[in-house]
Design a protein around this ligand. Structure first.
Ligand SMILES: Cc1cc2nc3c(=O)[nH]c(=O)nc-3n(C[C@H](O)[C@H](O)[C@H](O)COP(=O)(O)O)c2cc1C
Length: 455
């Protein structure tokens, strides 16, 4: 195996889902999620260990029960632009929804980030799990799944067309001849689709990576198809090695059916890593962290999120779990909600038991001594359950232990890199730079066609 394990760092300052009291950790500034210096410090730390990327998750709907990081955080593209100026090599991946953005705007912003960072931009494509987002964009309700995913697919297709507006050599900028632009290398977009009509072209030249790296997050069948068809990398949950092997197999089978090289897609589960001096001590740290993270009441309130923030506090805790609430998830995080309901029904659980199960220590697979964690990461990688991992940076001390203790073991096994060989995120990930479609066509078509007239 020649490829290294890809590592990303998910920066959720004061605490993401299930981490309501994480901010009490004295190492975390209370305003970490809006403090650019905190993000810069984390990104530079990750870069000093030659991690592939930092990853910024995002959503645009909150309630008072949202986790602290979600209550007040920086907008991803603005944040990543600032990080671009204070880092040199690490990839910068931001989440942006295709449901509440226009392709022209997003293509332009990610291309700008790719220029600003000199080729380190990545876009995590989501369709917005939080249905309430609709209310912030003038809609009464969120799009249904079919619309969300067909819009997402077309959105990515259009973004790629826009990123090819200019060919790589479109700007001679020749002072002698006074020639700034070669107009034959500029192409209109002229997209007419089900969801979008865009004339184009995009008003920014082709970026260092050609196209910023595209990630996708969404686990349902249409979500998997979207990733398998359009994404360079997939962000998913980590459950068991067998379940993630099956997920990876499924994605690769779908990719092959779309005519893609299945091995070219990177699958990156999110990993909660806890390192102790011994396996036993690591489990104790995990338990202590968990106790700190969440109370029963917080977990009960947060249970509503995948169900469109339905309020479960209205139900009898000791009655059977109200399975009919799945209807509230129809336009939210349906896959996650269905998993909760299926389990509650098959195990005949009460609402209290469901919340207790969800708020119990999750027993992440990636907990143990540095050696154990390195072994498990290697096992997942070699078994084809993951090409790499997006690591949740929650307790700062734990992130440092991962960087200082686990990574050196993986490096000694040739599984993690010592330093960066390339400069772009594509190079870090071993992804090819896409050829401009117009340049490719130029090889097969007569020259001299006025470019702005072609479609
Ligand atoms: C691992 C993972 C991470 C996600 N991250 C985000 C996110 O940061 N912001 C967001 O709005 N949606 C996020 N989503 C939600 C998806 O885009 C999607 O809307 C939701 O999962 C429902 O689709 P599904 O049933 O296909 O999973 C994420 C989903 C997964 C599986």
């Amino acid at each position: 195996m020649t490829r290294h394990i890809v590592f990303g760092a998910i920066l959720t300052g004061t605490g993401g889902p299930g981490e309501h009291n994480r901010w009490l950790d004295p190492e975390i500034p209370g305003d970490a999620s809006v403090d650019i210096d905190w993000y810069i410090a984390q990104a530079q730390l990750a870069e000093s260990a030659a991690l592939d990327l930092v990853f910024i998750v995002d959503s645009q709907f909150i309630t008072p029960d949202s986790p602290p990081h979600y209550l007040s955080r920086l907008e991803p593209l603005t944040l990543l632009s600032a990080l671009a100026a204070r880092t040199k090599r690490i990839g910068l991946v931001g989440t942006a929804t295709t449901s509440y953005n226009a392709p022209y705007n997003l293509a332009r912003r990610f291309s700008s980030l790719d220029h600003i960072s000199r080729g380190r931009a990545g876009w995590n494509v989501v369709t917005s799990g939080d249905g309430g987002t609709a209310g912030n964009y003038g809609l009464d309700e969120h799009y249904d799944y079919a619309t969300r995913y067909s819009r997402a697919a077309e959105h990515i297709e259009v973004a790629r067309k826009l990123w090819d507006s200019y060919e790589d050599d479109a700007f001679p900028r020749d002072r002698e001849s006074g020639r700034f632009l070669d107009p034959a290398r500029l192409h209109r977009t002229d997209h007419r689709g089900e969801h979008f009509s865009i004339v184009g072209p995009l008003n920014i030249e082709r970026s260092p990576q050609g196209h910023p790296v595209v990630f996708q997050a969404g686990d349902s069948a249409p979500g998997r198809d979207l990733g398998a068809r359009h994404a360079d990398g997939i962000f998913t949950h980590a459950s068991t090695i067998a379940a993630n092997q099956e997920f990876a197999r499924d994605i690769r089978t779908r990719a092959a059916a779309f005519g893609r090289d299945p091995e070219s897609i990177l699958i990156l589960p999110g990993a909660r890593i806890v390192v102790g001096d011994t396996d036993e001590q690591a489990r104790e740290i995990e338990l202590a962290q968990h106790r700190l993270s969440n109370t029963f009441e917080q977990a009960l309130a947060e249970l509503g999120r995948p169900f469109g923030w339905h309020d479960f506090r209205q139900y009898d805790l000791d009655a059977p779990f109200p399975a009919e609430t799945l209807a509230f998830a129809e336009r939210s995080f349906k896959t996650q909600a269905a998993q909760i309901v299926d389990r509650a029904v098959s195990e005949a659980l009460t609402l209290r038991q469901v919340v207790e199960q969800l708020s119990q220590p999750r027993r992440s697979p990636f907990v143990g001594s540095a050696e154990t964690v390195a072994n498990v990461l290697e096992e997942w990688f070699r078994a084809g359950a993951a090409d790499g991992f997006n690591i949740y940076v929650s307790a700062p001390s734990q992130f440092r232990r991962f960087l200082d203790e686990v990574l050196p073991i993986l490096r000694s096994r040739g599984l993690a890199r010592d330093g960066y060989e390339g400069t772009t995120l594509r190079e870090h990930l071993g992804l090819v730079r896409p050829e401009n479609v117009h340049t490719a066509r130029r090889g097969t078509e007569p020259l001299g066609v006025p470019a702005l007239l072609d479609a």
